[in-house]
Write a protein that binds this ligand. Structure first.
Ligand code: SF4
Ligand code: SF4
Length: 130
């Protein structure tokens, strides 16, 4: 997946520069109609798999603001395509960059239950601390 920024976001934009995948945009660039909050593009998010922790959640000052969503993989194609929470980019040649077309890396140690329940990423950070 991805991670999802929720309505508790205070639009401080601190997470934007931290993202190694340039997956985060400010509210005024959100592709959501009337998007009010900083937004994560799930078609770009790599869950910071090469870092110790998801960097957006590590820097976010607002507890519980960033939550887990499903892996951005073919199995969850409909979840992302049919969601009101996301607007997936349409590429000129490839078409919609759905999970089927451009699956992204994800953290296998985050359970599907935690993703389904949109558990706060901050609550799971201890999983990554040696
Ligand atoms: S988890 Fe990592 S790749 Fe995904 S939006 Fe946050 S900082 Fe970017
Ligand atoms: S760091 Fe947290 S509060 Fe600030 S814009 Fe990002 S998600 Fe929102």
């Amino acid at each position: 997946m991805a991670v999802l920024i929720t309505e508790s976001c205070i639009n401080c934009d601190a997470c934007i520069e931290e993202c190694p995948a340039t997956a985060i945009v400010s509210a005024d660039e959100s592709p959501l109609s009337g998007g009010e909050y900083t937004y994560v593009k799930p078609e770009k998010c790599i869950e910071c798999v090469d870092s110790a922790v998801p960097k957006c959640a590590d820097v976010c000052p607002t507890e519980g603001c960033i939550v887990w969503d499903m892996p951005y993989t073919e199995a969850y194609n409909d979840h992302f395509i049919d969601s009101d929470d996301y607007v997936i980019r349409v590429h000129k040649k490839k078409g919609i960059l759905s999970p089927e077309v451009t699956p992204r890396p994800f953290r296998e140690n985050i359970s599907i239950a935690d993703r389904t329940n949109r558990v706060s990423v901050g609550e799971t950070l201890q999983l990554y601390i040696p």
